[in-house]
Design a protein around this ligand. Structure first.
Ligand SMILES: *Cc1c(COP(=O)(O)O)cnc(C)c1O
Length: 391
C-alpha cells in the first residue's frame, strides 16, 4: 500500500474485544495476571502499553523499519540512543545540530565519560577523519537545522560502518513522509514527534526507529530501564496527528514553496536557506534522498534589528520555538531554539544572529504572503537604514 493509505489503514486496536475503530487510550499503569506465572502481552505501562504499541507499530511501518519506540520527548528519544554508549566512547556529530542535542552531548554525556566531537559533515572525508577506534555513534540531521545543509546520508552511513560505528539521523525536519533514512543505510532514525508527527503543537513526544533485531532489543531494554516511554494519552494524540501527516505536509509544502520564492525576491533578504529552491546548492542531493523540501526554512537579512522587527511584525506567523504544526511560526534560532548550544561550540559553528526561521502551516497561501508583505513593509519603515541595502 502507498503511504497515504498506510497512514489511515492500520490495526487500530489489535485484540480489543469490542473492535473499536479508533485506538482506545488504555489509561492503566499495570495489567493483571491470571496466575503468578502467566504474564500476558502487557505487564506494566513503563514497559509496554497497548495504545503506545499501536503508535510504535505504525511508526516502524512508516519509516520502513521493524521496531519503533515512543518516548516522552524528542530529547528522551535521543537520550535513549546514547544509552548504547559507555564511558570512553565517542560520538562524532555534524556541527549544525539542534541546540538541545548539543547540550545533551556536551554537557550531560561528558559527565559519564562520553566525548562528543563536532565537525562539518558537508565535507564527508574531512568529517570521517575525526573517527577513531572509540567512535561508536555518528549522529546527523538532514536537512540540518537551522542552516538547511543537506548531508549525504548514504555516504555518511558507509563511512560510519567502515569504522564499526552506527549512524543515527534525526529526521524531525522531514518526517517519514518525505525521507526514509533506514532505506539509505542509516541504523537509527530519531524523531521529535512534537514537530510534524503530532503536527498540532499539542503533544511533546519522540521516537526511535530501527530495522535491526539486536538494536531493537537494546533500545527496548534502555527505554524500560530509563522510564521515559510515552504515556497512553500522548500516544493517542500522536496517533491522531499522524493520520493527516501527508495531507498536512502536502499543503504546508505548497505554501512553503510560495513563501520561499517570495522571500528570495525581496531586496531585504540576503539569502533563503531551503532545499526547495533550485538556487540552493543542496537542491539536487536533497532531491535524490528525499521526496520533498518540507515546510521549514530560514532566511537572513544581514541585520539583527531588521530580522527582529520582521518577526515581531507578523500576525499569522506566531513567535514560537518548534516547527511542523498546522499553524505557521517564526523564530530567531540564535536566541531561541539554539540558545542552548554551549558557548564553546558557538565559536566553532555558524549561527548567524540575524537568521530567521519560518515554519509554514496550512493557512491560505495568499494570506501568508500578505502577512509577510505587511511585516516587511512595517519592519523596513522601522529600520530604513538597514533595509534594501541588506547591510
Ligand atoms: C525539537 C527537536 C528535538 C527535541 O525534541 P523535543 O520533542 O522538543 O524534546 C530534537 N531534534 C530536532 C531536530 C528538533 O527539532
Amino acid at each position: 500500500m502507498k503511504f497515504a493509505t498506510r497512514l489511515v489503514n492500520f490495526q487500530a486496536a489489535p485484540k480489543d474485544p469490542y473492535q473499536p475503530s479508533v485506538t482506545p487510550i488504555y489509561q492503566t499503569s499495570t495489567f493483571e495476571r491470571e496466575t503468578m506465572d502467566a504474564s500476558g502481552e502487557f505487564d506494566y505501562s513503563r514497559s509496554g502499553n497497548p495504545t503506545r504499541a499501536v503508535a510504535e507499530r505504525q511508526l516502524a511501518s512508516l519509516e520502513n523499519g521493524t521496531h519503533a519506540f515512543c518516548f516522552s520527548s524528542g530529547m528522551a528519544a535521543i537520550t535513549a540512543v546514547t544509552g548504547l554508549l559507555r564511558s570512553g566512547d565517542q560520538i562524532v556529530s555534524d556541527i549544525d545540530l539542534y541546540g538541545g542535542t548539543c547540550r545533551l552531548f556536551s554537557r550531560v554525556l561528558n559527565r559519564s565519560g562520553i566525548r562528543a566531537v563536532y565537525a562539518d559533515a558537508l565535507a564527508p572525508d574531512a568529517f570521517a577523519a575525526h573517527f577513531t577506534p572509540a567512535t561508536r555513534l555518528v549522529h546527523i540531521e538532514s536537512p540540518t537545522n537551522p542552516l538547511f545543509h543537506i548531508l549525504d546520508i548514504q555516504r555518511l552511513a558507509a563511512a560510519a560502518h567502515a569504522h564499526g560505528a552506527l549512524l543515527s539521523i534525526d529526521n524531525s525536519v522531514m518526517s517519514p513522509y518525505l525521507q526514509n533514512p533506514l532505506d539509505l543505510g542509516a541504523d537509527i532514525v530519531i524523531h521529535s514527534g512534537t514537530k510534524f508527527l503530532g503536527g498540532h503543537h499539542d503533544v511533546t513526544c519522540g521516537a526511535v526507529i530501527v530495522k535491526d533485531e539486536g538494536l531493537a532489543d537494546q533500545i527496548r531494554f534502555i527505554s524500560n530501564a530509563e522510564g521515559a516511554a510515552l504515556s497512553p494519552f500522548d500516544s493517542f494524540l500522536l496517533l491522531r496527528g499522524l493520520q493527516t501527516l501527508k495531507l498536512r505536509i502536502d499543503c504546508q509544502q505548497k505554501n512553503a514553496l510560495a513563501v520561499a520564492r517570495w522571500l528570495a525576491a525581496r531586496p531585504e533578504v540576503t539569502r533563503v536557506f531551503y532545499p526547495g529552491i533550485a538556487a540552493d546548492p543542496a537542491f539536487s542531493l536533497h532531491q535524490r534522498q528525499a521526496s520533498g523540501p518540507g515546510s521549514v526554512m530560514s532566511f537572513s537579512t544581514g541585520s539583527v534589528a531588521l530580522s527582529k522587527a520582521i518577526a515581531e511584525s507578523t500576525r499569522l506567523f506566531h513567535i514560537a520555538v518548534s516547527f511542523g504544526s498546522v499553524t505557521s511560526s517564526i523564530s530567531m534560532p540564535a536566541t531561541m531554539s539554539h540558545a542552548s548550544v554551549p558557548p564553546e561550540l558557538l565559536a566553532q559553528r555558524e549561527l548567524p544572529p540575524d537568521l530567521v526561521r519560518v515554519s509554514v502551516g496550512v493557512e491560505d497561501e495568499e494570506d501568508l504572503i500578505a502577512d509577510l508583505d505587511q511585516a516587511f513593509e512595517r519592519a523596513a519603515g522601522l529600520h530604513p537604514s538597514t533595509s534594501a541595502t541588506g547591510v
